[in-house]
Each structure stands twice: as C-alpha cells, then as structure tokens.
Ligand binder design. Structure first.
Ligand SMILES: Cc1cc2nc3c(=O)[nH]c(=O)nc-3n(C[C@H](O)[C@H](O)[C@H](O)COP(=O)(O)OP(=O)(O)OC[C@H]3O[C@@H](n4cnc5c(N)ncnc54)[C@H](O)[C@@H]3O)c2cc1C
Length: 432
C-alpha cells in the first residue's frame, strides 16, 4: 500500500549499490540537470543506478511512497520535472558490447552514441546515431531516432531486436518479437512510458566511409536553393541525406574565416557512398545555390562525421512543399538564428510489416526553427501535416501528435496492459 509522502527522509533505497544524492549534497544539482533550460527538476533524491537491481529498488520505493519516478541518462531529452520524486540516473550503466558476426550491439541504458560509434567502427559497422555523439542511445531510440543514415536504413527504432525492461510492477522482462510482442512494438518509437529499459539490442549497419560535411553559400541564395532542393530531393538516392539550413554563423575564431559572423545557407551532407557519386548527385544543387563561400564536404569516416543539431523552438512536418512555405521559411530566416529544413523519405517511409509506432512516415521535409517567431506557426499550419516527431518535441502535452490515430490507440492499449495505473507519467508518456 502507498504511504503518504512528506519528506525525502522517508524514502529508503535498501541495498541500493549506487550513489544517492539529496538536495544540497554534492552531485545533486549536476545530476538533476536537463539540457532544456526551462526545466528545473527538484527531485526528493537523485539515485545513480549501478545495475538493473538498483533501478528496481528505486522504482519500488517510488511506488511505495506514491512519488513521481523518472529516468535520465544524459538530460538531452528531459522536458518535464520530477519534483519531489525519485530521479534515477542511468549514466553509470554505459556498457557497450558489439557482436560483429551478427552485426548487433547490446548497450546499457546509460550508453551514449559516441560510445557505440567508437565500438562499432573497427568492424566497419555503424549505428543509426543522430546529430550529436553525446545523446543517449536508449532515450533516442525509444523516441524513434532520426539519424543521418535513416534514409538508407530507417529510424533507429526500426533496428531494435530486443530490450530488457523493468515494468511498473517491478517485473523484469525481455521484449522481442516472440516475448511480450506488443510491448516490443510500443518500445520502438513509443517513448519511455512503458517501462525502464535496462538493456537494448539493435542492428548495426555496414557503413564506415562516407562523404560528408558542410557547404556554405550567401544567404541571398536562400530562396533559389530551397526551391531547387524541393525538386532535387525527389531523385536523391536513399544513401544520401541532406539538410538546408539558414544560419547566422557565430563571430567566433573557431568558425572558418570565410563564413565567420555571416548569415549563410548551409548545406549539410552525409552520403553513404563514394566521393564521385556524391559530387555527381550534389552538382545540380550546388549549381542552383551558386558559388560557395566555403565547401568543406569531403570523404570522411562515419565515426568522424559530426553534423550538429538545431535547438528546437518550433517544428513542423510537410508532405508537400508549396511556394508559400518556401516564402515563409526564407522570411523566417531574417528573424531566427537557425532554420533547418531536412529531407525525410527513403527507408523511413518504408516500414516493414512489424515496424513500431513511429508516425508520419510520409513526411517529405521537416522544419526546425531555433528562435520563437511570432505568427510562424499560424503561417505554416495550413500546409503542414499536423504531425510531430517525439524526439524533436519539447512539449509533453503534444505527444499524441507524434503518432497516427490507430497507432496511438494501440499504444494506449499497451500502456493499459503494462502500466494500468500510470506509474510512468513524467515526460513524453502516452496515457493509459
Ligand atoms: C544536441 C541534441 C541533438 C539531438 N539530435 C537528435 C537527432 O539527430 N535525432 C533524433 O532523433 N533526436 C535527436 N535529439 C533528441 C534526442 O534523441 C532526445 O532528446 C532523446 O530523448 C535523448 O535521450 P537521452 O537519453 O540522451 O536523454 P534523457 O534526458 O536522459 O532522457 C530522455 C527521456 O528518454 C526516456 N529514457 C531515457 N532512458 C530511458 C530508459 N532506460 N528507459 C526508459 N526510458 C528512458 C525517458 O522518457 C527520458 O525522460 C537530439 C537532442 C539534442 C539535445
């Protein structure tokens, strides 16, 4: 039975092997921190788990005391506070095992993409990681996971083969195609509201060398580049992933002199193929954009390819891109620091019959703006497909918009089956 909760002194974690940090103690502030500056979580305690048994102890304590419970690996995707609750940090559980024969990686819940990329690269393999190596593998994958190889190999969630999961009642189960299949389905894009994943297994892909990097053009090329991009993407092969970004470059010594402090059109490229192919494929786009201020695209290893993300204050997804949208985005560039327009499609739009719930797979382009721009949402709304992507969504109240209606209903069924009283309720959680 739940006991009424009054102070953190009442919470005991019997046998907990990891470190426990109370408010005011060393580590508490650092470990409760989210990368989202508007979230200032004040848990009753932060518990650093050393293993699945620790997470279970913390979960059962939160249940017994009727307090909120949340898991955090890195803080990259923590958009809701766990006030007065138990916040479990999984960062110490960062193991990464690569089986090159089966092309499978198995990771602990604290692993970051950089760890997996480094472990897989010696075997000529790559995971479906995203823009930043510091992002946590498990949170990213549960939210779908849209990386720079997604057009070739799908969302990271599509490559998951097995998860070990601690359920709301404290049971520890294996979810895969044959065991708890509905839970397995939900985990592949449904977010972290179905259980705590204590181990994740997923496929790696045969990618080592890529052609990647950035090319910069003057901002005056914005409209003609985006107009050309809209048509050019129709013929781009799945191995080629790109984004067009309108960006004010920092006036900073680390930025190449040719673009330092300038407002530019930045073309981001990752091609899982040769330099020759990439040059041929990209030529029409470069022609449309005009002379480059700087072209840093080149042959590289996947492991050394760093694409950088765009902080998300506004996101929309489009199945078609009429001229009106292009006009709005070009005007938005004047009022924002960064506007990123990214091509979807390829394998993302071809889910297998048993794929998880990642929604809006027909999206052609996504738009992310890093600055609040008054009126932008209203201007784009008539043309957008109304969807969102869980990993690019800060507002937990819009979680349903990440899924098709049938998949959202199915996710709610899974939630009712595995967490009927809504124990997991902090963050992007589908309600029971
Ligand atoms: C700089 C940056 C770059 C990014 N780039 C991309 C990108 O290219 N593509 C993309 O798809 N996304 C990207 N994201 C979004 C990112 O994938 C999500 O924010 C994701 O939630 C981060 O996971 P995390 O574990 O690092 O974050 P955390 O803040 O540690 O966790 C976020 C949430 O994940 C869930 N979670 C984490 N661990 C577990 C677990 N073991 N069991 C159950 N639930 C768990 C919980 O709901 C938790 O609240 C980026 C984010 C940032 C800040």
């Amino acid at each position: 039975m739940s006991q009424p909760y009054t102070t953190q002194d009442q919470i005991r974690l019997p046998g907990f092997a990891g470190a426990v940090h109370l408010p005011g103690e060393a580590g508490y502030d650092e470990l409760r921190r989210s990368l989202n500056p508007s979230v200032d979580s004040r848990p009753a305690l932060v518990a650093e788990a050393y293993g699945a048994a620790d997470i279970r102890t913390a979960l059962l304590a939160a249940r017994a005391h009727g307090v909120p419970f949340a898991v955090q690996a890195t803080g990259h995707g923590t958009h809701a506070a766990c006030d007065d609750g138990i916040l479990v940090r999984t960062s110490p559980m960062a193991s990464v095992l690569v089986d090159p024969g089966r092309r499978i990686a198995r990771v602990g819940p604290g692993a970051r993409w950089g760890d997996v990329i480094a472990a897989a690269a010696p075997f000529g393999l790559a995971p479906l990681s995203g823009s930043a190596p510091s992002v946590g593998v498990t949170g990213y994958t549960l939210g779908g996971g849209l990386g720079w190889l997604a057009r070739a190999y799908g969302f990271a969630a599509d490559s998951v083969v097995r998860a070990e999961v601690l359920l709301a009642d404290g049971r520890h189960v294996t979810a895969d195609a044959g065991s708890h299949p509905e839970l397995f389905w939900a985990l592949r894009g449904g977010g972290g509201g179905f259980g705590v994943v204590t181990s994740l297994e997923f496929r790696l892909h045969p990618v080592s060398r890529v052609y990647s990097g950035f090319a910069y053009f003057p901002i005056e090329a914005a409209a003609r580049t985006l107009t050309a991009y809209r048509d050019w993407i129709d013929d781009a092969p799945d191995e080629l992933s790109t984004a067009v970004v309108f960006k004010r470059m920092p006036d900073d010594e680390q930025v190449p002199a040719a673009v330092r402090g300038r407002h530019v059109v930045l073309l981001k490229v990752v091609h899982a193929g040769t330099a020759g192919e990439a040059g041929r494929l990209l030529a029409p786009l470069f022609r449309a954009a005009g002379p480059a201020l700087l072209d840093e695209t080149r042959e590289n290893t996947y492991a050394a390819t760093a694409m950088g993300g765009t902080p998300n204050r506004h996101m929309d997804m489009f199945d078609t891109v009429p001229d009106a949208v292009i006009g709005t985005l070009v005007r938005t560039a004047e009022r924002a620091q960064t506007v990123e327009i990214r091509h979807w499609g390829g394998a993302m739009g071809r889910p297998g019959p048993d794929a998880g719930p990642v929604g809006h797979r027909s999206t052609r382009l996504s738009v992310i703006v890093d600055t609040p721009v008054p009126g932008l949402a209203e201007e784009l709304r008539p043309y957008a497909n109304g969807g969102t992507f869980l990993n690019f969504l800060a507002d937990p109240s819009r979680t349903a918009a990440a899924y098709g209606a049938a998949d959202h209903a199915r996710l709610r069924d899974v939630k009712r089956a595995y967490d009927p009283d809504g124990f997991f309720r902090v963050g992007h959680v589908v309600p029971a």
